[in-house]
Design a protein around this ligand. Structure first.
Ligand code: B1M
Length: 210
């Protein structure tokens, strides 16, 4: 639909003023945040990814596209999170060491907030010691790790092994996600669960924490 195409185009062009404007307009028209995300923002980012891969886009173009995506996400965040009452417990999230991708992780955080959890977002490039330290400090029962690179997703196993080796954190459940991951990979590293997208991350968290 044209209204979503304009939003996708604003992401591809890296126009953060336009992406914010269009997201605001769509919200005003009563379009749901999930629809804005799935039909406008994600397809836009998908094109950016393809252009990046084909060497038609370089890092600066990808960064300004990410900025435009964040500008629109700021508009829909309150809607994604509005059902959140922070009564279901805390979840730590972070992108693994060596990895700076945070758009997917941020979306997962927003959706989990919307699902009623309090999110402690450690950010990007998080070493296993930091996860362990924060788990102990906050007494959380579930953490979520994100990785977007085939070279960094291997760091997830290191975190899981470190948690299992420590009595205090051995029971902590770990869910993982990110474009290069699969259920098989998650199983092979001993993760409690894998979610292919941000909405299934909420179902998975509910399942793991019930
Ligand atoms: Co990067 N990058 N990047 N990049 N980048 C990819 C990932 C890549 C696939 C591009 C490509 O070649 N086609 C490729 C990885 C190849 C590989 O490993 N197989 C790549 C590369 C190579 C690199 C660099 C190495 C490039 C370089 O420097 N030569 C470099 C690495 C930097 C580093 O991390 N150390 C790099 C840098 C960057 C930017 C900084 C420029 C920028 C990141 C900006 C930012 O995040 N703030 C960037 C971007 C934007 C991308 C692409 C274009 C888009 C990623 C994205 O945000 N997608 C990406 C290509 C692509 O994926 N199409 C690419 C949208 C996002 C909503 O999706 O993150 O998959 P995603 O999240 C989804 C699900 O995966 C899931 O839910 C989300 C929503 O549904 N999910 C979870 C994610 N985490 C989850 C956690 C969960 C559950 C579900 O539970 C905890």
């Amino acid at each position: 639909m044209a209204k979503y195409q304009d939003l996708a185009d604003s992401i591809i062009k890296g126009d953060n003023i336009k992406s914010k404007e269009i997201a605001q307009k769509l919200v005003g028209e009563g379009v749901s945040a999930v629809e804005i995300l799935n039909d406008g923002l994600m397809p836009g980012m998908d094109v950016v990814g393809k252009k990046f891969k084909a060497n038609e886009f370089y890092i600066p173009e990808v960064l300004i596209a990410a900025r435009a995506m964040h500008a629109a996400m700021d508009i829909i965040k309150p809607l994604l999170s509005e059902s959140g009452t922070d009564t279901k417990g805390k979840i730590i999230i972070g992108t693994v060491q060596g990895d700076l991708h945070d758009i997917g992780k941020n979306l997962v955080g927003m959706m989990l907030e919307g699902g009623g959890y309090t999110i402690i977002d450690l950010g990007v490039d998080i070493p296993s010691e930091k996860f362990v330290e924060e788990i102990k400090k906050n007494g959380v029962k579930l953490i979520g790790m994100s990785a977007l690179l085939t070279t960094t997703m291997t760091g997830m196993k290191e975190v899981i092994d470190t948690l299992k080796a420590d009595q205090e954190t051995a029971d902590t459940k770990v869910m993982v996600g990110g474009a290069p991951l699969t259920q098989e990979y998650a199983d092979s590293i001993g993760a409690a669960g894998y979610a292919p997208d941000a909405s299934s991350a909420v179902d998975l968290a509910n399942e793991l924490l019930q």
